[in-house]
Design a protein around this ligand. Structure first.
Ligand code: MSP
Length: 659
């Protein structure tokens, strides 16, 4: 199909810093990797998709100190946001690595040892511009004439400290040779050129340890140093695969390593990381791809401007698939792009509701009207004429073109290709005018048209599945192919299937059209509410669907939620968020640790009848075991986080089960 030789696919996102809330940039990379890995899984290649969090470093240490908790506690708290976002966006990663996990730290130490044994590390002195209050060095490139800290704008001082260095300069020629032989190893081409000229400009050895920082992985044999965060972070791509154990899955997947990154971190990935790998005797990754950055309504995205696009909010308002589709379709993958909510609404109405949704609706309506829902058997396609055959050959071209485009990570182009096919399906209806055939009793001709349209939709559902998996499943079901998307493997990406005896089942509209006038009003009131710091009133106006997977009632029944009375509340010393909450469940007493201290005083809580998840595995907070979790709703009213406990009437019996 393409000249790609690999039979496996290992794809990674950057691991995200835990000092930030997830935004559209994080979501973008992760969605792109999800699309790619779903595609390769459909092709039945050995596929592995890794994401995770980068948890060491100065920023985390300082943020934790500011809140009176340990850095580890801060990481444990923040990592939840990322995990939850991936669930909300339907991300199907195989693993989630955290750099504070033992499986990772031990590999970093091992890598450090190996590099030292090979004389790729030496001890020297690191000198640079340092901000004392921020306890951070800043590279010369970030420093202007005033010599002020780029973060806090206080004066920087010239500092030096003992440091270990990696002999990066030693790998300059090997890197050039590697990239000359493998021009596809850095994409897009502009990034390849940028990296090559950087390497050709001369590489200097790299400081890879710090003594000024405590929150990191100690250097083996010299524990006053911790390993430089970037070396620590990059190593996740190997540690998650169980490197260097022989027989570990790293041997299976590493030959197919692809790193997806944002353009700002290309050098770490395309210079430092391959050099470290060469030093370790491990092959450099097959490809490092740098995507562009999102601006928002033409402006740089920043917290201070208050224009950060919240992917939770977008998924909540428009549904995860619409958001996934929009970010993948809107911008040529690799270039910068601009996010606008109006643009998203436009894509929902035109591409999803009009093109895709209408094709499904019109087709199923006709199969129901003219054939009582029974799909004509595949054998009828032997009576196809030139118009039908042209559609069939476009189907095959669509498959080939999309496969090539996805191999090149041209994720937006692949969608354009697919939409041209969907457009051809709609045009085919206009041309063949099945309603006339229905009237004139041209039985076979109508059968061919209906079956052809159904084949377009079956193929479209498969090809669109990596981008909008939930919607693809809904199409599949309506086409009468069952609740699970079975039979989507490469072998089935053909025009005609032998599936016979199928009965279609028209269901809910895939993407209800959004009324623009109503939407504008709603958006204005939402913006106004954000400015005024109050909650938006009518979010429902544009709600297009659930953001979580549907579950069985049996899944819900696994939860043991009971009514409990709060008897006593104690604060946890040195943890400004935590309370110890003593509960009476009637049949037993128990204690849970909960981080709701910023919302309530102990007096406000005592006597309340709350809902508690009782069969949650015990977990330790600050060394105190918590046995369960209280239920509460959390929100941001624009000014601050707010929280409301799930309670029942005062006289309701404790211990009662919630169902
Ligand atoms: N922790 C490092 C990565 C270590 S990988 C071994 C890091 N983390 S990050 O959380 O700051 O950034 C993660 C990714 O988000 C980067 O790839 C970055 O390019 C991307 N983005 C941050 N803002 C972005 C936009 N506005 N638009 C698109 N992507 C953006 O860097």
């Amino acid at each position: 199909m393409t000249d790609r030789k690999e039979t496996g696919f290992y794809i990674t996102t950057p691991i995200y810093y835990v000092n930030d809330v997830p935004h559209i940039g994080h979501a973008y990379t992760t969605i792109a990797c999800d699309v790619l890995s779903r595609w390769h899984r459909m092709k039945q290649e050995a596929t592995y998709f890794l994401t995770g969090t980068d948890e060491h470093g100065q920023k985390v240490q300082q943020a934790a100190a500011g809140r009176g908790i340990t850095p580890q506690e801060l990481c444990d708290e923040v990592v939840v946001n990322f995990r939850r976002l991936w669930e909300v966006l339907g991300i199907r990663n195989d693993d989630f690595i955290r750099t504070t996990e033992e499986r990772h730290t031990k590999v970093v130490r091992q890598i450090f040892r190996t590099l030292a044994e090979k004389d790729d590390i030496y001890k020297g002195t690191y000198e640079g511009w340092y901000c004392v209050p921020c306890e951070t060095y800043f590279p010369d490139a970030q420093i202007d004439e005033e010599r002020l800290c780029p973060d806090c704008r206080r004066e920087l001082v010239r500092m030096s400290e003992e440091s270990y260095f990696f002999r990066l300069s030693r790998y300059q020629d090997a890197l050039i040779e590697h990239y000359e032989k493998n021009p596809g190893a850095i994409m897009p081409k502009a990034r390849y050129n940028e990296v090559m000229s950087f390497i050709r400009g001369g590489l200097q050895d790299l400081s890879i340890s710090r003594t000024t920082l405590k929150w990191g992985i100690p250097v083996p044999g010299d524990e006053k140093h911790v390993v430089y965060v970037w070396l620590d972070a990059l190593a996740n791509y190997l540690s998650a695969l169980g490197y260097p154990e022989s027989g570990g899955i790293w041997e299976k997947y590493w030959p197919y390593a692809h790193h997806m990154v944002g353009k700002d971190i290309i050098r770490f990935h395309a210079v430092i990381w391959p050099a470290v790998l060469m030093a370790l005797g491990v092959k450099p990754p097959v490809r490092i791809f740098a995507h562009g950055w999102w601006t928002v309504e033409g402006d740089k995205m920043s917290k201070s401007k208050g224009n950060v696009v919240d992917p939770f909010e977008m998924a909540d308002l428009y549904g995860k698939d619409a958001f996934r589709y929009f970010v993948m379709r809107e911008v040529p993958f690799g270039s910068d792009g601009d996010f606008s909510e109006l643009g998203l609404v436009g894509r929902i109405n035109s591409d999803l509701a009009n093109d895709l949704g209408n094709l499904l609706n019109r087709t199923l309506q006709m199969i129901e009207k003219y054939r009582g829902g029974a799909l004509p058997d595949a054998s009828v396609l032997s009576c196809a004429n030139d118009v039908d055959r042209a559609l069939a050959s476009l189907a095959q071209r669509t498959v080939t073109d999309m496969d090539r485009q996805i191999d090149e990570f041209a994720l937006d182009s692949a969608l354009k290709t697919l939409w041209a096919f969907i457009g051809a399906g709609n045009k085919y209806i206009d041309e063949t005018q099945p309603w006339k055939l229905g009237r004139e009793g041209e039985g076979t001709r109508l059968d061919v048209v209906l079956r052809s349209l159904w084949e377009v939709l079956r193929l479209a559902a498969i090809l669109v599945y990596p981008y909008i998996p939930e919607t693809a499943g809904r199409i599949w079901r309506q086409l009468g192919l069952g609740d699970e998307m079975k039979g989507t493997e490469r072998a089935g990406w053909t025009w005609s299937t032998s599936a016979d005896g199928i009965v279609v089942e028209k269901g809910d509209v895939l993407f209800p059209r959004i009324d623009l006038a109503k939407w504008k009003e709603e958006k204005a009131s939402r913006d106004e509410a954000k400015r005024a710091g109050t909650k938006g009133e009518d979010k429902k106006a544009v709600k297009t669907g659930p953001t979580f997977e549907q579950i069985e009632i049996a899944d819900f029944r696994k939860l043991e939620i009971r009514v409990a009375a709060i008897e006593k509340v104690e604060i946890v010393e040195k943890a400004d968020k935590l309370f110890k909450i003593y509960l009476d469940l009637g049949y037993e007493k128990r204690m849970i640790v909960s981080s709701i201290r910023e919302f309530f005083t102990p007096e406000e809580l005592i006597g309340k009848k709350i809902l508690v998840l009782c069969n949650l595995k015990p977990a330790k907070f600050r060394g105190i075991e918590s046995n369960g979790m209280l239920l509460a709703a959390e929100a941001d009213d624009g000014k601050q986080e707010i929280l409301s406990l799930a309670t029942v009437d005062d006289d309701f019996p404790v211990g009662s089960l919630v169902s």
